[in-house]
Design a protein around this ligand. Structure first.
Ligand code: NAD
Length: 256
């Protein structure tokens, strides 16, 4: 039997075919999950075209900075999925370009607020709305993070602060939602060439470094994050919660 037969998933963060969220969507669908994808308004065409490749997949708009949008996205997802949600995937991040170009010391109040709101608070906002749809039968909530939360990656700047807040939110949500058998985890992915990553200068050089230094002597692919998300969404990981799981060819263990 497919690992996710009968499971229903709501996925935030597909922008195009390179998106980590799209790789996750494909892994979850391969194992039988029914999907709803949300999209940011300007991405609608790309997301609709991708969704059409997985029969039965629905798409709904949502800007995660807007509470009314979040309310209506979860209400609509609840209708489309007959009041049941098993899997929530958060693959959303944004910081204004200037915050990733200027020195961290120049971080503005507004840029800090925007990055933390979109990239970290949104997980809490989503989890709150997912809980009523999950709590009768349990569920899995998953977010995407990056090692810059713990170690300095020049130019990642305020986005690193947002990832630290996201990871801490994962632990607090895991604690509170655990009583309903809702698990909350994050995947810390190695660098991938996506739309969001292109906003961070030096990505290509960093990918070369990872390929050279990591234990597996290579970079990762989106599909490898997708398959780890599948594991964390399925009953195979039923005792894992509050965890930050690296999918980075082992790069994080290296000291030199
Ligand atoms: N690419 C990498 O190297 C890498 C590594 C580790 C973690 N991540 C994380 O993976 C996640 C997905 O990013 P990606 O690399 O696939 O890039 P991506 O550009 O494909 O995805 C980012 C998504 O965030 C969405 N988004 C931004 N602001 C939004 C808003 N206000 N409302 C709704 N959606 C909004 C965009 O529409 C897009 O779909 C992010 O959390 C990112 O930080 C990426």
């Amino acid at each position: 039997m497919p690992l996710l037969e009968g499971k229903k998933a709501l996925i935030f963060g597909v922008a195009n075919h390179r998106s980590i969220a799209w790789a996750i969507a494909q892994s979850l669908a391969r194992e039988g999950a029914q999907l709803v994808l949300t999209y940011q308004e300007r991405m609608e065409k790309y997301v609709r075209d991708l969704a059409a490749k997985i029969p039965g997949t629905e798409v709904i708009p949502c800007d995660v900075q807007n509470d009314a949008d979040l309310d209506s996205a979860f209400a609509k997802a609840g209708e489309l999925l007959n009041g049941r949600l098993d899997i929530l995937v958060h693959c959303v991040a944004f910081a204004p370009a200037s915050e990733l170009e200027n020195p961290f010391l120049q971080t503005t109040r507004e840029g800090f607020h925007t990055a933390l709101d979109i990239s970290a608070y949104s997980l809490v906002a989503m989890a709150k709305r997912a809980e009523p749809l999950m709590k009768e039968h349990g569920g899995s909530v998953l977010a995407l993070t990056y090692m810059a939360s713990e170690r300095v990656m020049p130019k990642y700047n305020v986005m690193a602060v947002a990832k630290a807040a996201l990871e801490c939110s994962v632990r607090y949500l895991a604690y509170e939602m655990g009583e309903h058998n809702i698990r909350v985890n994050a995947i810390s992915a190695g660098p991938l060439n996506t739309l969001a990553a292109r906003g961070v200068s030096g990505l290509t050089g960093f990918r070369e470094q990872v390929a050279h230094v990591s234990p597996l002597r290579r970079n990762i692919e989106q599909s490898e994050v997708g398959d780890t998300a599948l594991f964390l969404s399925s009953d195979l990981s039923r005792a894992i919660t509050g965890e930050i799981m690296f999918v980075d060819a082992g790069y994080n263990i290296m000291g030199a």
